[in-house]
Design a binder for this molecule. Sequence first.
Ligand SMILES: Cc1cc2nc3c(=O)[nH]c(=O)nc-3n(C[C@H](O)[C@H](O)[C@H](O)COP(=O)(O)O)c2cc1C
Length: 162
Amino acid sequence: MSMGLKEAMASFATGVTVATSRHGGEDYGMTCNSFNTVSLEPALVLWSIRKNSGSHAAFVQGGGFVINVLAKHQKDLAMQFTRGSQHERFKGVAMERTDTQRIRISESVAWFDCALVQAVSAGDHDILIGRVLAFDRRDEDGLVYARRTFGVLQPLAADMAH
Ligand SMILES: Cc1cc2nc3c(=O)[nH]c(=O)nc-3n(C[C@H](O)[C@H](O)[C@H](O)COP(=O)(O)O)c2cc1C
């Protein structure tokens, strides 16, 4: 594989989310930028999880997940959910529970509570496809991630399009 593959992949800008799940009475959370929307009818989304992630079993066996789309002020939260114990990740985070008892992060700009409908093995990741059971959104800008850097959306001035 070419040396620059990771860099080429990282040039694709995404939003930033924290995926949460509940399994065996414990909460799990991890930062995820592989989230994407798939289908409106039925409402389906997907993301991919590294097969040797410590929380892989919880996300695959937990029956579902919440995708929390982070707001532009939640960069530190994004980093908090990439390391440490699960207990440490949720420490100090304002959160509520969905009807399925999974955690949703209070200040996220949108959240989608999903039932896991399919896990597709794809190389060193599994693609998790979820059916949206409930969701909500707030009218606020989300956090952006590209080239391993967090940022905010800066709309181009209208006259630059000409
Ligand atoms: C911006 C960003 C996006 C990430 N997206 C994903 C992802 O989509 N899937 C994934 O498996 N890991 C992703 N990670 C890495 C995980 O957050 C990290 O490996 C995980 O939380 C490690 O803990 P665990 O092994 O207990 O799951 C991402 C990390 C960052 C900083």
